[in-house]
Write a protein that binds this ligand. Structure first.
Ligand code: ADP
Length: 473
């Protein structure tokens, strides 16, 4: 089985969120199952020099986009046994940052077309083209409309994985002819038309052979109007949407080997606790290992439920907890959080930056991780929190519902706490409920043990992807 993963980011080369993490870890798990899996991403300027130096030049050719004819180079390196290809064009990708430019449609149309063009040049004709999110969605569109009749491309199948339906790649309808060079007939509600514009993601959904998304619950949710972002109709029509929950890389996230921790631990709650005081000291909070610590590590955007937290900050702190926030995002959230941090310096620590190292320290030192998301396709944060024994308090949506089981004292089962309505007081009540268990160390240790024993590695999910590929092949 030969699979080419096509995406706009992959850890450790470039990452802006969960998509990058998945592309950095799923291929290795598939490789362990015997799949010849390779990855292709754009060659961005932001890729660290040390990786750029390792790349070798494999091929170059021209890619046409309507009246444009653009140079395309293919560079490659092998990372942990996985061949990685980089699509090189300095005009499109030698810029600071990954996204948000005036010509996004053209950049990712170029990328998608270049991927299909490069296959004979790199001598790799995969069985499956596995595209991720809107930036790679045109791969399925071009494959079906331009390449599927050609030798070598005929038997290929394409899979599109949606990591977040909110981001769709919607552009003016003129882009269809002027840049994509696709037939005007695709400007139709059955194909790529979307509210008078065109949607790359919709095109991918329509033309791919199979759609998947990153949890079973989200796969069902996105067929409804509340979660469907106006694509619920086309998704329902597509039929079965595969829901395969993400895993995390157990080597990267391992409290026993984590260099960021003051005290590494395997499953001992007492050892884990030794991480708390050094962190409290570092953040300027009251130093006392018996004070329960809740963390919130996230992009600061509406999706993540920050409005619920901001609604009841004093009430949360009245539970006698410390709250630590790590994240960046929308300015109004930065401001509101900073104001609260000034009011409660010993109990609330607000850290408005991105730092993997600080994130690891927080997972290691904290008791609970708060995730009151409005919607959550999968969520990696709660998977990491479970691995580090920081009990997740989540809203029951998407992947949060699939991976966190609320603790049930009658059975002793459960690895966290959850609530169903998007409501600040329901969240507060759930924090209060968690605190009643926290005060009973024997019970708490048991829930921490349940959390750390949950298997959220890629092993099971990679096998599900393999089933999906085999079913198509
Ligand atoms: P999303 O992809 O929607 O941002 P996920 O939960 O799937 O959410 O993935 C978020 C990942 O990014 C997690 O690994 C989380 O720890 C990490 N992360 C988010 N914000 C920060 C930050 N400010 N510093 C370090 N890591 C962060």
């Amino acid at each position: 089985m030969k699979v080419l993963m096509i995406a706009s980011e992959a850890y450790p080369f470039v990452k802006s969120g969960g998509l990058g993490d998945v592309l950095g870890s799923l291929p290795k798990a598939l490789r362990d199952l015997g799949v010849d899996v390779r990855v292709v991403i754009p060659k961005y300027q932001d890729i660290d020099e040390s990786y750029q130096e390792q790349m070798t030049h494999l091929a170059d050719f021209q890619v046409d986009l309507a009246w444009r004819n653009q140079f395309c180079g293919i560079e490659t390196l092998e990372y942990q046994g996985i061949p990685i290809y980089f699509v090189d064009n300095e005009y499109y990708f030698k810029r600071q940052g990954l996204y948000g430019f005036f010509d996004e449609a053209e950049r990712f149309a170029f990328f998608s077309k270049a991927v299909l063009e490069m296959l004979p040049h790199i001598d790799f004709m995969p069985d499956i083209l596995h595209a991720h999110d809107w930036q790679a969605s045109l791969v399925s569109v071009y494959h079906k409309t331009r390449y599927a009749h050609l030798d070598g491309y005929k038997d290929m199948k394409s899979v599109l994985t949606i990591h977040n339906l909110k981001y769709q790649g919607v552009f003016a309808k003129e882009v269809l002819g002027d840049i994509l060079a696709l037939d005007e007939s695709l400007f139709h509600e059955e194909y790529m038309e979307f509210n008078g514009a065109i949607s790359f993601l919709k095109g991918g959904i329509v033309f791919c052979d199979r759609v998947s998304t990153v949890s079973k619950t989200y796969a069902e949710e996105i067929k409804t109007a509340y979660f469907g972002e106006q694509l619920e109709g086309v998704l329902s029509k597509k039929g079965d949407i595969y829901g395969i929950v993400n895993g995390i890389d157990y080597r990267t996230f391992n409290p026993l080997k984590d260099p960021a921790l003051s005290k590494r631990y395997k499953s001992s709650y007492k050892s884990k606790l030794l991480n708390k005081e050094p962190l409290q000291k570092e953040l300027g909070l009251t130093v006392d290992k018996d004070i329960p610590m809740i963390i919130f590590i996230s992009r600061l955007v509406e999706q993540k439920g920050l409005d619920l937290i901001l609604h009841v900050v004093p009430e949360i702190l009245a539970e006698g907890v410390q709250l630590v926030v790590l994240g960046t995002g929308e300015e109004h959230y930065h401001q509101a959080l900073s104001e609260y941090a000034e009011r409660y310096p010993e109990q609330l620590s607000v850290n408005l930056y991105y730092s993997e190292e600080m994130a690891h320290k927080l997972y290691g030192a904290s008791d609970m991780t708060l995730l009151p998301s409005k919607y959550e396709p999968c969520g990696l944060t709660q998977l990491i929190a479970l691995r580090y024994g920081s009990l997740p308090i989540v809203r029951e949506t998407g992947g949060l519902a699939d991976t966190v089981d609320s603790y049930w004292p009658e059975t002793g089962m459960g690895n966290g706490f959850s609530f169903s309505n998007y409501n600040a007081h329901d969240m507060l009540h759930t924090i209060h409920r968690a605190m009643t268990f926290y005060r009973n160390p024997e019970v708490w240790e048991k829930i921490v043990k349940n959390a750390m024993e949950a298997d959220n590695s890629w092993k099971n999910s990679a096998a599900e992807y393999l089933d999906l590929y085999e079913e198509l092949g």
